[in-house]
Each structure stands twice: as C-alpha cells, then as structure tokens.
Design a protein. Structure first.
Ligand code: SF4
Length: 446
C-alpha cells in the first residue's frame, strides 16, 4: 500500500503525516488491518524498541466531582456506584504506589477527582510525593489533579513531581458536547501551565464518545502541536448512570486503527493504551503493544483491569519487555528538548539524555537503529486529565461486594457497520467496578 509505505518512511524519520493520511489510516479495511499494524509497528520499534513502560494509578480522591464530564463515573450526578472517598493520607498513597512499583511500574500516577486543586491540596500532594520518593527516589511521579491555577505547577515541580496529566479528550469543535463546566481552552491552558513549569506534559484523548474520524484526527494533531510527551489513548467504557451509557461503538479493529493513527502522527512520543484496553481490545491487546509503548499495570481509577500478572505475561508472550527504572522512555532528541525546557523529559533515567544509547534497541530494524536510542519520560494518569478512562457503572450486586461484573457492551460489528449488539446489553464479563486497592482494606492489583 502506497499509503503505508509513505507513513512508515515518515515515521522512521520522525515526521508527522498529513491530516489526509491520518484520516486514511482510520478508513482502512479489516483486510488491511495487519498491514497497518505492521507498518506502525516498525515506527514504534524505531523509537521505542520492544520496551513497554508500565504505569500505575493511585486514586488519591475518588468520586463526588462537581464537573460534568459526560464520560466520567465520578462526574456531577453520576449514578455509578464507584468507590467514593476523600484524600488518602500520604502513607496510604505511598503504600498503594509501592505495590505498583513492585509489580514493575516505573511511573506512579497520582490522581484526584475535582475541578482543580486548592493550595492545601498541593500541600497534600507534596507530602505524598515525599513519602513515595523516600521509599524509592527513582520512581517517576505524574500528578493529575484537574485544572491548575497560577503557580501550582511550579509548586508541584518543586515538590518532585515529574509530569502532569491533563487530557484534551476530544476535538475543540466537539468539546462542548462532552462537558459544559469547563472548556477545551481551559484544558489547553493547564497543559501549557504544566509544560511552562518544567513538568513533562501528558495529554491524550478518549475515543468512542460518538466523535467523527475528523474529530479524532483533530485532537491527535492538537496534542502533537502542544508537545505532549505522552499521549494516553482511552477507549470509552460506557457505563450506566452517565450520559454516555449507550455509546458503545468501538471494536478491537477500530481501536487498533486509532492506535496506529496516533502512532503515525506521534512517531517519537510515548503512546499509552489507557482505560478501556481490556474492555475494547479484548483478545487483541497484544497487537496493541506493537503500536503503543506504554500501558497501565493492574487496576484503573474506578474500574478493575486484568490481573497485573496477566499484563506481565502478555508483554512477555508477545515478545516485548518491561522498561526498567534505569531506562529512558523518550528518544534522545525528545528528551533533550524536554530537559532544555526544564521538564522531566528524562524519565527515571534521570537527566536529559540519561540512559539513552545512540542506537539499537533490541529488535529494531537496521534503519531504526541508525537514529538515536531511547530516553525520556512521558506518562500520564487518570480520567481527570481526561484519560484515566471512564469507569463502569456498578450494579447492585457490586455495591454489595459481590463479584461484580457490569457494564454495557457491544460487539466488534458495531464499529464496523455490522450487526450491532443491543445498546442496552450488559457485558458483565467485561467490566468491574474497582473494590480493592487504594481506598479499601483489600490488597491492590499489581
Ligand atoms: S474527568 Fe475529572 S473533572 Fe471531569 S468529572 Fe471526572 S473527575 Fe471530574
């Protein structure tokens, strides 16, 4: 396919495709899908080798948000029976973080529901960061606390936070359809505040909210323009009790095309499969690793992920390897730019350019090895920044602590024009409200 040859060549050079080329990726057929994955996979290996960065979510404060993001189970008026609790104490958060780091995560994402932090909240996060870094100074920390006011990003940077997550979620043109209590411009402003303070910017999107292909391409190009070091790609989990409960329109094939498009537009940026991975990619998750170089380990903010060990087994079985604490994530040229801007751009490898060899990531093609190794940072966290992922609604059984399973579901056919499953179908096999880990007495999944 000429299109894929062109996109691969551009990606290997670190160039961004045209908008039309990005749209063409989303329009490819199922017959072409493996060719698309193979082409984007070459680009992924060129810049990130076979490494998979693991990130671990710690929900510091859950539910009861005054904002009305329609995809979010923590939103104003949500009927989802998720865990609701106020700020974890620093020791509690550090204990939760430890579980993720022990499981292989190099980044911990500290997330709190709400419009944005108060100065007192910044104090709480400062104490939490100290508790985590006391235990393990090498761990990367990304904060995701909502809209930032003046000087808050600088305070977080001074506290040792490495990155800040705040997602754009969807295109500027449709943002007003998914939230009314803040604007797309507010979100852009917070990403710029974080970047300006020297924090690595993590900002991504949510697919499956009824947006068009043009909307998806718009937001992905906007993220490239913003200079996001990490792009979390969430796949909406429609859940009962929210306005998007019936937006079940993704298939594994559609998700793979979206990931491939994001990779082509952001060839040398950390691309993370975020919320909805298990729900929408299902048995196709390993193919997603050929496109994204980063995932969350274990559970999400308000919903459960697959077992942490299953994540690790999947990575090994697919021929990938977990990125270590001493390795940088971003390619050298990206990490250098981030560091020059004062950002963490370096990841736990520390310092700009730290840990990046000039070449050769195991498994790279010869041409990929010709340019740079990998260092850097990136990462991101939960739904507040937009990406954490929409959590599923709870059922009465779940609220009662039973083995839980709920959520509406659909089939792959829905996204490809085939026979759609009923929008009201409940996929109890796919989604569970989180009832363990942070905010509970039960051990976390990591
Ligand atoms: S995404 Fe964040 S700001 Fe929006 S409703 Fe959810 S917790 Fe609140």
């Amino acid at each position: 396919m000429d299109l894929l040859d062109t996109l691969t060549a551009k990606g290997l050079r670190g160039e961004t495709p045209t908008r039309e080329e990005a749209l063409a990726v989303l329009a490819t057929t199922d017959d072409e899908l493996l060719d698309v994955v193979a082409a984007a996979g070459r680009v992924r290996r060129r810049w990130f080798g076979r490494r998979v960065k693991l990130n671990y979510l710690v929900n510091l404060k859950s539910g009861l948000c005054p904002e009305d993001c329609s995809y979010c189970s923590q939103r104003l008026g949500s009927k989802a029976e998720i865990l609701k609790y106020t700020w974890l104490k620093p020791g509690q958060a550090a204990e939760a973080a430890k579980a993720g780091v022990s499981g292989g995560a190099k980044r911990v994402c500290l997330v709190a529901s709400g419009r944005g932090p108060t100065d007192r909240d910044i104090d709480r996060v400062t104490d939490t960061v100290a508790a985590i870094k006391d235990a393990d100074p090498a761990v990367e920390i990304c904060a995701c606390l909502g809209l930032l006011s003046d000087n808050q990003a600088e305070r977080l940077k001074a506290a040792g936070v490495d990155a800040y997550n705040h997602n754009l979620n969807t295109s500027e043109g449709t943002y007003g359809d998914i939230a009314t209590t803040h604007t797309y411009a507010d979100r852009v402003d917070t990403v710029q505040k974080a970047h300006g303070a020297g924090l690595s910017a993590c900002s991504g999107l949510i697919a499956g909210m009824g947006e068009s292909d043009e909307d998806l391409v718009d937001v992905v190009f906007a993220l490239r323009e913003l200079g996001s070091d990490s792009v979390p790609v969430n796949f909406l989990i429609p859940f009962e009790g929210t306005p998007l409960a019936k937006e079940w329109n993704l298939s594994p094939q559609r998700c793979l095309r979206i990931l491939a498009m994001v990779r082509f537009v952001n060839p040398d940026t950390e691309v993370r499969i975020a919320g909805g991975r298990e729900v929408h990619l299902r048995s196709m998750q390993p193919l997603g690793l050929h496109l994204a170089n980063s995932i969350f380990l274990g559970d999400y903010l308000t919903s459960e992920g697959q077992a942490g060990q299953t994540d690790l087994d999947m990575i090994a079985d697919a021929g990938f390897e977990v990125e270590g604490m001493g390795e940088s994530t971003l390619p050298r040229h990206r990490a250098d730019v981030a560091a020059a801007a004062g950002g963490c751009g370096t990841g736990t490898a520390g310092g700009a350019g730290g840990g990046c060899g000039p070449a050769a990531v195991p498994g790279e093609d010869a041409d990929t090895a010709a340019v740079g190794g990998g260092c850097g940072t990136g990462g991101g966290c939960g739904p507040c920044g937009g990406h954490g992922h929409a959590a599923p609604a709870a059922t009465a059984d779940q609220a009662a602590g039973q083995t839980a399973d709920q959520a509406t579901g659909g089939t792959a056919d829905q996204a490809t024009g085939g026979t759609a499953a009923g929008a009201d179908e409940v996929r109890t096999d796919l989604v569970r409200v989180r009832r363990r880990g942070a905010g509970t007495e039960l051990a976390p999944n990591a």
